[in-house]
Design a binder for this molecule. Sequence first.
Ligand SMILES: C[S@@+](CC[C@H](N)C(=O)[O-])C[C@H]1O[C@@H](n2cnc3c(N)ncnc32)[C@H](O)[C@@H]1O
Length: 247
Amino acid sequence: MRPTLTEGGERYLALLQRCLTRELFLDQDEPDLDPLVRAEGRDWPSTAETMVGRARLEHVGACARTVIEDDVPGDFAECGIWRGGVVALLRATLAAYGDLTRDVWGADSFDGLPVPDPERYPADADYDWSGVAALKVTIDSVRANLDRYGLLDERVHLLPGWFEDTLPSAPIERLSLLRVDGDLYQSTMDVLSALEPKVSDGGFVIIDDYNGWPPCRQAVDEYRAATGITAPLEPVDWVAVSWRKGA
Ligand SMILES: C[S@@+](CC[C@H](N)C(=O)[O-])C[C@H]1O[C@@H](n2cnc3c(N)ncnc32)[C@H](O)[C@@H]1O
């Protein structure tokens, strides 16, 4: 039987999304933020567990629901999780469906972006964001964020370290959803090279920064060309795109 969501499940996920972006409490928690800017995810909120906006959060939730309902095999992964809000939504989606077969993986340095390596990755030369303190979120604070929502359990796996070190040997067998949010050429290419081949047919690859960070876009375009991916890039919002494998 095709899995479905109860009305209670729908309401839980909708409420959770508005909590994770802080749209629900913007006037109390983030009074300095412009509601439209927050909704579009163009800012760096001070308390919200995700910097992505409503459309991108709804999109990753919808992709997770589609692969569950279509029985596309594989776990969920986000690479570049910052405070962990997307990981929380993915874990909650499994709970809402009563899915006991999939796990959620979250990879991050938990120390911000790497120092660019222009010799290996010329596209990153002008993008040294390694000192940006707001991007350095410790693994303990991500765990605390997940725990606050009752979403930290043995089905959530956090992979601390640089993608190039952690992902090639990560014990991930198969994915049905891969969300890439590492900004740089190197980070994007490291994720795609290690994990895109593990995405099942019918699974989704989501690129957060495609229209915002030229190095990310270059990595995606080069990876798709080199591996012969012709599935169309679909826009998610003003910055993100995705494709469905095999589409
Ligand atoms: C823009 S933030 C991610 C936002 C997050 N997805 C959200 O929902 O708010 C980018 C994250 O990628 C991580 N990151 C970027 N490049 C990385 C790399 N090569 N290895 C590990 N982590 C990386 C940073 O530490 C940071 O947490």
